[in-house]
Design a protein around this ligand. Sequence first.
Ligand code: LIP
Length: 282
Amino acid sequence: MPLYDPADLASLATLAGSVAKDVGTRIRAMRAEGVEVANTKSSLVDVVTAADREAERLVAEALRAARPQDGLLGEEGLSAPSESGITWVVDPIDGTVNYLYDLPAYAVSIAATVEDGQPGTMADGRRAIAGAVYVPAVDELFTGFKGGGSRLNGLDLRVSEARDLALALVATGFGYTSKRRTEQAEVVRQLIPRVRDIRRMGAAAVDLCNLAAGRLDAYYERGLAPWDYAVGALIAREAGAVTLGLADDTLPGEPMLVAGPPALAHDLRAEIQRAYATLPRG
Ligand code: LIP
């Protein structure tokens, strides 16, 4: 299958949307039955629930049934090599802590990615070409594909037209280790007087889709994994955002992703760079 035919990309986005909505509906029902922590990862507050693992299994099963030649990279450990050139990068529940606490900002995030020699859009060199984010608690399905724009429940998305950082509503997130959180608190302390306000919703995929919908003016976060941002960043780019790394020669993602309308994203990154320059080394 020619990877980049718009009709093929659209069908990848449709498949991702169908699987994300089906699995998202199931995890919302599981949430209603009660959720417990199954394990912790990088710290005691970096949790995984049985629903995370079940959601990843269900997504993998559905994608394998539809496209058995594709690869898989899942946050909770499922993986498979790709024979087609496409690898699905999956965050079965982005915003796991929100899900654990029954806060509505959690999502199923499914990205079709390739490593094809074209400029990458992710820190590991991959390029997201299509995908979907489904937010079950509010029944919002975000979809997009490279060159095809992005949509919310079928309606076209466009980023904010904000240009002035002082009037920008900026979302961010924090890591799971106290060292990383201490750094991030210092950066946000320096930023908060320079922007309209800060929002911390707890799910990168939801933040990036809200950016695409113009509900946020900009977003930044350090330490995201590929599955946190792969398709959310594509959906935001297809709505007119740029996604930047820490410098022009770095790809977005770990150690930094900054996203927003072009002028605003560059101004925000400059402020972030200035704040990081004040942090103690090491
Ligand atoms: C979450 C990210 C969010 C970040 C959280 C957490 P998870 O991913 O989407 O942006 O601030 O700390 O990493 O762990 O819920 O899949």
